[in-house]
Design a protein around this ligand. Sequence first.
Ligand code: HSE
Length: 304
Amino acid sequence: MGESLKLKVPASTANLGVGFDSIGLALNKFLYVEAEVSADDRWHFHHKGDNLHGLPTDEHHLIYQVVQFLEQKYDMSVPPLDVTMRSEIPLARGLGSSASALVAGIYLADFFGHLQLSEFEMVEAATEIEGHPDNVAPVIYGGMIAGFYNHETKETYISSIEPPYVNLVITIPSYELKTHDSRQVLPKSFEHEQAVQYSAISNTMLSALMQHDYQLAGMLMEMDGFHEPYRQDLIPEFQRVKALGREYHAYATVISGAGPTILTLIDPSKSGKLVRRLNKELPDCESELISVNKSGIIVEKVYD
Ligand code: HSE
């Protein structure tokens, strides 16, 4: 039987300022994956377009490693696959490109390994690999999700939140920033008093979002203490984008995931003006409007 699988996997933005490793939002930019059983019994990866340039085409590929992880976890095997990928999500920019590939790997293992994983089990497996659910959970479910991964028990907890009715603007620098490097600059621990304060800010931000009080939510998003103070120096454009956002009364400007992309939340009446200004003043970056993805990953199974 010549079965194949087609996946349309959304991008994502993590943290939203104060929700470090916890809050994420799926975005309408996509990784497209098509896979079928390989004719020569070997794994092959074909990459189309510029955004996947330089990725391995053999067993060093992230998707292969994810499939291997699931083979061990569930004691099953997946036949070698022929995988073709095309992506609108730039690599190492804080838009969840590896989370999208990771999730794609889980769906491939599930389909070709006949695993019958539930969506929640997919989130659990993805979180176990990634270490936090903030990108992978929205990629699977769509929309906005807050989550928590217990590293000791390996349990994942997630809760979905209504996405904010605001416009989103992303400013994508031309350079890459590897998540590993962007995590290296973070402190290993915080004093109890600081941790209490930052988690109180995060709780209040989520409550304000749920009440659609975007002024308050945005103000609190910019008060993160867990990562932005340490990462902003890695992104020279950050302060300029924040200042321009303020000129247009943006609700908040934060680092998207581990950066270097910068995310601005803004009223729809001002978003277009801000994008045009950003593109004029920061010509080395690409600024654009982007919308929330509500569907999550789309899966098409083809049985010949
Ligand atoms: N929450 C993660 C971080 C997202 O900020 O490092 C990227 O994996």
